[in-house]
Ligand binder design. Structure first.
Ligand code: ZN
Length: 205
């Protein structure tokens, strides 16, 4: 079984509870501490076998193989990846079974993470996610006052659209936002806007 480690919590002593986004579900497994075990980190893509026993409700995480990407060794890219992938845990943790979309989306990001600006990839992935979940708002009405938007718009958490005055934030030129939402491309955004939207994204999916 393969998946991405989206969240790790400490259990007793050095043991860990590991949450892995696989093709069909967010899987939870128990990792006993062992000096001979390979080190695992949030963000890693792993191949693993869950071992079930009658003693515990959680399967044990064993035979872990790290399916590394070259950029895993780049501290900066890895830290951005860990922040991005951590968003998927609260978003999906109560969902019984997942569509393959989520694993495929992370794979799509992972192959691009080395060469492109990771924050832009994350924004493009988020537009894909919103479209998949039917949450992409392209009607260009303000979610606060429900009136049509003008030439400057704000993308709030969840990429909800708003008038700058309604959410007390500086707006972005509307054509850039339109391009991002309709084409799913962040290429035309300048670095300041990318940074702004990345911070919005970090508020939660
Ligand atoms: Zn408004």
């Amino acid at each position: 079984m393969q998946g991405y480690i989206v969240h790790i919590t400490k259990a007793k002593e050095e043991d860990l509870i590991v949450h892995i986004l696989t093709e069909t579900k967010l899987k939870t497994a128990y990792r006993f501490y062992g000096a001979r075990h390979s080190v695992i980190h949030a963000g890693y893509k792993i191949d693993f076998e869950p071992h079930y026993s009658t003693k515990s409700s959680l399967p044990q995480l064993r035979e872990v193989l790290h399916l590394g990407h070259r950029w895993n060794a780049s501290r900066e890219r890895m830290l951005l990846w860990q922040r991005f992938i951590a968003l998927f845990y609260p978003h999906l943790k109560d969902i019984e079974s997942l569509e393959t979309f989520y694993l495929e989306l992370l794979d799509w990001c992972a192959v691009r993470w080395e060469k492109q600006n990771p924050k832009r990839i994350a924004l493009e992935a988020y537009v894909k996610l919103l479209a998949h979940e039917g949450r992409l708002h392209e009607d260009f009405r303000c979610f606060v006052c429900d009136l049509p938007l003008g030439e400057k718009v704000v993308l709030s958490r969840g990429f909800l659209l708003a008038h700058p005055a309604c959410v007390y934030q500086e707006g972005m030129p509307r054509p850039r936002v339109e391009h991002l939402l309709s084409e799913g491309s962040a290429l035309h955004l300048d670095d300041a806007h990318v940074e702004l939207l990345w911070r919005t994204l970090l508020e939660g999916l």
